[in-house]
Design a binder for this molecule. Structure first.
Ligand code: PMP
Length: 427
């Protein structure tokens, strides 16, 4: 068996150097169970960051479903198969009426790429409106629409057909407090006008309803609803990226877009959908799907295979049977409240919905200068104390909490206790 130093060395030799590894002293995890991960030396970590392992690491029902289907059959969507149909039906039953046509893919990136292709085909326009600091995936087409990447290290900026709205941050952004909704909506309006003045056709708008890589950012009230209206009035269509926030994590609602009182034209999903198995999807309306059916076949070697669909079905069943949306609401609400109670000058804002929470750290509550080094120090100390969190946001000053949705109140208490002690030490 290789030791951690040997693994580190071989990573350097055999993996692309653009990969990163978490924490100053990286972890060598060998087993996962529920909301816990175990290091090679047996040390247990509470996983407060892995929103992919939605219903818990190695959930027995999910493992069993995958294993059973794998033993029986694994083909592709070119055969008639019950698993995919039952799953597509159950998945779309969770969505508003009319959003009931599925395309299956293998990653959030693939879903967003396909959604863009479908949307651009429908609107006959490549013009795309995005939110600053958004991340939508690692494919070339998505780096183009992800300011988080193309405006970050190694990025080459946005291409001409991508139009960026300032990050709709009511706390530290361009428009704050009461002025936030109007300010950002105005930018959307002006952007649409600009596109039209250039003689271009109506746009595609893509957004998360609560920004993940943007730093667990709740959009100003009414911003998304008004933006959707403006885009639609101009003939455009709206894509909701639910890759991080869907499947009950929000607690109050099954999908993120529902918290903003909008109904998208296209929804993309991934991550939690397969609990770690590469399963993702695009769901849209019959009209938009039919328009995309221009003669070119959609085929995906792996997307929608029976094993993936059996896994997706098991995840949906577990969310339902174990009441995990309600758990997100209860435990997430409790955790948010407890975090809000921590007194420390570094804490600028505590925000989130369900089990998708961010703690934004600032060096000074007047200037709101982001406290990135402090955030990094805190997550490393939390890790040493056995709790895994991460940092994010364009300035990497937001502590991110997005655990498997089986997280308990006791887990929340442990997290808050450790975090409070670290803040005390920092004082
Ligand atoms: N959209 C969002 C909002 C994401 O957070 C991510 C991944 N972090 C993606 C898309 C891309 O998903 P994947 O890594 O599965 O390609």
């Amino acid at each position: 068996m290789l030791n951690r130093e040997q693994i580190g060395e071989l990573r350097g030799q055999y993996l692309g150097p653009s990969y990163s590894v978490s924490y100053k002293k990286p972890l060598h995890i060998v087993r996962g169970e529920g909301q816990y991960l175990f290091e090679v030396n047996g040390k247990r970590y509470l996983d407060a960051v892995n929103n992919i392992q939605h219903v818990g690491h190695c959930h027995p029902k999910v493992v069993e479903a995958a294993q059973q289907q794998y033993e029986q059959l694994n083909t592709n969507t070119r055969y008639l198969d019950e698993t995919i149909i039952n799953y597509a039906k159950d998945l779309t039953d969770k969505l508003p009426d009319g959003l009931d046509v599925c395309f299956f893919t293998n990653s959030g990136s693939e879903s967003n790429d396909l959604a863009l292709r479908i949307a651009r085909h429908y609107t006959q326009s490549k013009e795309t409106i995005v939110l600053d600091a958004a991340y939508h995936g690692n494919l070339s087409s998505l780096i183009e629409i992800s300011p988080y990447k193309h405006d970050g290290p190694g990025g080459e900026g946005a291409p001409g057909f991508v139009h960026t709205i300032s990050m709709p941050d009511a706390y530290r952004g361009k428009y704050r407090g009461e002025k936030a909704t109007g300010g950002y909506v105005n930018e959307v309006q002006k952007t649409i006008q600009g596109i039209q003045n250039n003689g271009e056709k109506v746009p595609v708008f893509i957004a998360e309803s609560l920004m993940g890589c943007g730093g667990q950012l709740i959009l100003p009230k009414g911003f998304l609803k008004r933006s959707f209206e403006l885009v639609r009035e101009s003939g455009g269509i709206c894509i909701a990226d639910e890759v991080q926030i869907g499947f009950g994590r929000m607690g109050s609602h099954f999908w993120g877009f529902e918290t903003c009182d909008v109904i998208p034209d296209i929804i993309t999903m991934g991550k939690s959908m397969g609990n770690g198995h590469p399963l993702s999807a695009v769901v849209t309306t019959r009209e938009i799907a039919d328009a995309f059916n221009n003669g070119m076949e959609y085929f995906n070697s792996f997307g929608g295979n029976p094993v993936s669909c059996a896994v997706g079905q098991a995840v949906l069943n577990v969310i339902e049977k174990e009441g995990l949306q309600q758990n997100s609401k209860d435990v997430g609400g409790y955790l948010l409240n407890q975090l809000d109670g921590i007194e420390h000058p570094l804490i600028g804002e505590v925000r989130g919905r369900g089990l998708f929470i961010g703690v934004e750290l600032v060096k000074d509550r007047g200037t709101l200068t982001p406290a990135a080094e402090e955030a990094d120090e805190i997550i490393n100390r939390m890790k040493d104390g056995g709790i895994l969190m991460s940092t994010d946001g364009p300035d990497r000053n937001v502590l991110k909490i997005k655990p498997p949705v089986i997280f308990t109140r006791e887990n929340a208490d442990e997290l808050v206790f450790n975090l409070t002690s670290i803040f005390d030490e920092l004082s």
